[in-house]
Write a new protein. Sequence first.
Length: 285
Amino acid sequence: MAEPQSNALPCADAGTPTSGVIHVRTRLTADFTVIANALAQRRGSAVTIGVAAYISSLPEGTPVSIAALCEHFTEGEILISRALRELESAGYLERRRERGPGGVIRTRTYFYDVPGGSQPPTPPRRRKPRPNMAQEAHAPEPEAAADTSPAPPSLADADADEQAVTILTSLRIADPRLILSHRDVAELAPAVAQWLAAGVGPAQITRALTTRLPDRLLTRPARILAFRLSEPPLPVPTPVAPPSTPPALPWRTCDGCDRAFRSANSGRCRDCRATASGEDLRAAC
């Protein structure tokens, strides 16, 4: 005789909660990210926590700009930008403006697992070798060589570069298709800086780069902008002085009809002069 079997579920362990979430743990050995509970359980926007978890899982060097994050998430630029600001104010995110090769200013993003954790390493300064005192005492003093090293960028150059970056990153306001990556901005900024140095204003540069674009871009926007920036800068129109207004003639009183009229000399008005001319002609006939 077969033993009777029950269809009822087995009884839960005594320590299992009767309500709420019940975790089914799986030990992961690859493709996982460790996130602090302070960040995962942070009160506030779920978009902020999701952006933080996504950034934590990315490999080094992955772009995390607003445009790059909008390509991954369904949220728009406003929510993504707000999430980045919240992470920055909380100390999880830090954006630094650093000068790269060629004097180009770029923004580097640092993400911390714990706010106020270890700071990013600072590149060590190269020390000059100390001279040998014995050789320095007996060797003849060499002639001073001309300094051929490039001069450090001045404050004006830094402002010009920053203004060029601002112009390039603002092009998407005029045309939403002109979304540039950090690499594109770094490559195009020197050409924009040359236009600025030539006296072309930011509004003129924006119009030159955004007007008469094709309805369908068959290539990357950066290539089109690079082609337009390769042409000579636009000439700055010379302001033309407005024509001067001739001075107003003084008021006169007509000797014939006592009517007021404007004239450089006193005498008769136009109507009285015409009447007098007609009478002279009739008298001559």
